[in-house]
Design a binder for this molecule. Structure first.
Ligand SMILES: Cc1cc2nc3c(=O)[nH]c(=O)nc-3n(C[C@H](O)[C@H](O)[C@H](O)COP(=O)(O)OP(=O)(O)OC[C@H]3O[C@@H](n4cnc5c(N)ncnc54)[C@H](O)[C@@H]3O)c2cc1C
Length: 325
C-alpha cells in the first residue's frame, strides 16, 4: 500500500482535464496515505472545488510568478525540492504532452523509475504499485513494478473511471525556493486550437481520416460527420505529413494515443503504427472500400464501401436520429 500519492497536473484558466479526476480516483485506491494534488499557474486555486469533489486530501497551488509559464527544468527542480518534505512514495502524472515532458525530467532529477502511459495501477506487495502498460506498439500488455524508493507513473487519459469521493482538502504552504537559473527553458507563448476543436486524447468519439480521403478538401465530409456526432477529428500520419490537416490530428505510434468510446477509421488501412494509437478504443468502426484492409481485423463494426457514398449518408442518418432525441 502506498504511503502517500502525489498527483501532479497542469491547469488552464482553472480548468482541469478529465484525466486528473481519473488520476485522483486511482490515487485513492493505492493506499491509505494522503492523496496530494499539485498544480501550477495563476488560476491554480480555481481547481480546488473539483479536487475536493474527487478526494484530494492535500493540495499545493504554486501560483506565484515563477510558475506563470511552464518550464520543465524549473518545475522539475522545484518538485524535487519539495518531495522529501511531502514524502510521497508514488507520483502520478497524466500521459499528456505536458505530463510526458515533466515526468521524464523529474524522474531524471529524482533518480526515480518511471512507468509511462499506464492503463491500470493497483496496490501490490510491499508498497510496490503494480502497473499495466502497453508494449510493442500496443500488441501486448506488460505488468511492471518500479523498484526505486519513489515510484513514478503516467496514466493514459480516458481509460480509468473518475469516481467522486468528496473530501475537505488542506491547502499546504510548501513552496520551495528554487533558483531562477533552474528555469532555463520557458514556454513563452501558447496557441490554442481554433474554433472549439475537441482535444483528441480526451474525446469520447473520434472520426479519423486516412489517405482514402484523397484530397484535403474532402476532410469537410469528416468535419460534418464529427459535428453531427459531437466528435473530434483525427487522421493517419501520411495525411498530416501531406499537410492536409494539422499535425495535431496525427494518431498512432508517432502521434497521439487515443482511447475514445468510438473510433471511426475512414479510408485508413490499419497499419500497425496507426493501430498503436487506437488500441485503447472501446469500439472501432471501419469504413473502407477494400474488404481485405487490415483495419477490419481489429474493427468491431465494418462497412465495406466507398467512403464518399457512405459518410454523407451516415451523417444524414446521425442528424435524423439526433433530431428525434
Ligand atoms: C516508424 C514509422 C512510424 C509511423 N507512425 C505512424 C503513426 O503514428 N500513425 C500512422 O497513421 N501511421 C504511421 N506510420 C505510417 C504507417 O505505416 C502507414 O503508412 C499509414 O498508417 C497508412 O496511412 P493510411 O491508412 O491513411 O493510408 P493507406 O495505407 O494508403 O490506406 C488508405 C486506405 O484507404 C482505403 N480507401 C481508398 N479509397 C477509399 C474510398 N473511396 N473509400 C473507402 N476507403 C478507401 C484503401 O482501401 C486503404 O485501405 C508510420 C510508419 C513508420 C515507418
Amino acid at each position: 500500500m502506498a504511503k502517500g500519492v502525489l498527483v501532479i497536473f497542469d491547469q488552464n484558466n482553472g480548468e482541469i482535464r478529465h484525466v486528473v479526476l481519473e488520476m485522483l480516483t486511482v490515487a485513492r485506491s493505492l493506499g491509505d496515505g494522503p492523496v496530494t494534488a499539485l498544480t501550477f499557474g495563476k488560476d491554480a486555486r480555481n481547481t480546488l472545488a473539483k479536487l475536493a469533489e474527487y478526494g484530494a486530501e492535500q493540495v499545493l497551488f504554486w501560483d506565484g510568478d515563477a510558475y506563470a509559464r511552464y518550464s520543465s527544468d524549473g518545475f522539475a527542480a522545484a518538485i524535487a525540492e519539495a518531495v522529501p518534505e511531502l514524502g510521497p512514495d508514488v507520483i502520478l502524472f497524466p500521459a499528456t504532452a505536458w505530463g510526458k515532458d515533466l515526468s521524464a525530467r523529474l524522474a531524471g532529477v529524482l533518480k526515480a523509475g518511471l512507468a509511462t502511459d499506464c492503463l491500470h495501477l493497483e496496490a501490490g506487495e510491499d508498497g510496490r504499485v503494480k502497473a499495466v502498460r502497453p508494449v510493442y506498439a500496443g500488441k501486448a500488455l506488460a505488468e511492471v513494478t518500479v523498484n526505486t524508493p519513489v515510484q513514478m507513473f503516467s496514466l493514459r487519459p480516458n481509460v480509468n473511471a473518475a469516481v467522486p469521493a468528496p473530501a475537505t482538502p488542506e491547502i499546504l504552504n510548501i513552496a520551495p525556493a528554487v533558483d531562477s537559473a533552474a528555469f532555463q527553458a520557458v514556454v513563452v507563448e501558447r496557441n490554442e486550437a481554433q474554433g472549439g476543436v475537441l482535444e483528441l486524447t480526451e474525446a469520447d468519439i473520434i472520426v479519423s481520416g486516412g489517405r482514402g480521403i484523397k484530397a484535403p478538401e474532402n476532410f469537410k465530409l469528416l468535419d460534418d460527420m464529427a459535428q453531427a456526432l459531437g466528435a473530434a477529428v483525427g487522421s493517419s500520419r501520411p495525411v498530416a505529413d501531406e499537410g492536409w490537416v494539422p499535425h495535431s490530428y496525427h494518431i498512432g505510434q508517432t502521434g497521439k494515443v487515443v482511447s475514445p468510446t468510438v473510433y471511426f477509421a475512414v479510408g485508413i488501412s490499419g497499419a500497425i503504427q496507426h493501430l498503436a494509437g487506437i488500441s485503447g478504443s472501446k469500439y472501432i468502426v471501419a469504413i473502407n472500400s477494400d474488404p481485405e484492409a487490415p483495419i477490419f481485423k481489429v474493427a468491431n463494426y465494418g462497412i465495406v464501401g466507398d467512403l464518399f457514398q457512405v459518410v454523407p449518408r451516415l451523417t444524414e442518418e446521425i442528424k435524423t436520429v439526433k433530431a428525434q432525441q
